[in-house]
Write a protein of this length. Structure first.
Length: 139
């Protein structure tokens, strides 16, 4: 990785708080979070995980995606509301949009323009297929 991507990796693990949800070999916690994604388009209220769990706290929660090869998966978020990674970074920098079920992990980040560029450089470095993890069979 170049120096910008290395700085971006430090931001990812620190100030930008990305690692709280995007962790492990595939950069996902495989959990469901409400990020305050704007509700636009045909579905003004996309209930997300609530449709399965029926728990009020799961309204608007969606599974954390892998960040492997993230530059190849635009548009972003469950409904494609963000066209670019820059849009996603700006959205996360603001701390999402307030709503009753917003994840407590979502906070305004106060990233500088340089930090946003470094974080983008790190995300661009995450190319490659997801790792296949094979669990050993128990006797």
């Amino acid at each position: 990785m170049d120096e910008a991507a290395i700085r971006g990796m430090q931001l990812f693990k620190g100030k930008a708080r990305c690692v709280l949800c995007h962790n492990g070999p595939n950069f996902t916690d495989n959990q469901f979070h409400n990020l305050g994604v704007p509700q636009e388009g045909l579905l003004k209220e996309d209930l997300g995980r609530y449709n399965v769990s029926r728990r009020e706290r799961d309204k608007g929660a969606f599974k954390t995606p892998t960040l492997r090869s993230v530059t190849e998966t635009a548009p972003y978020m469950h409904d494609g509301v963000f066209k670019t990674l820059e849009d996603v970074i700006e959205f996360k920098n603001k701390g999402g949009e307030p709503n009753p079920n917003l994840s407590p992990l979502m906070k305004p980040l106060s990233l500088t323009p340089e930090e946003k560029a470094d974080l983008l450089a790190f995300l661009k470095a995450l190319q490659g297929a997801s790792l296949k993890i094979v669990m050993p069979k128990l006797p």
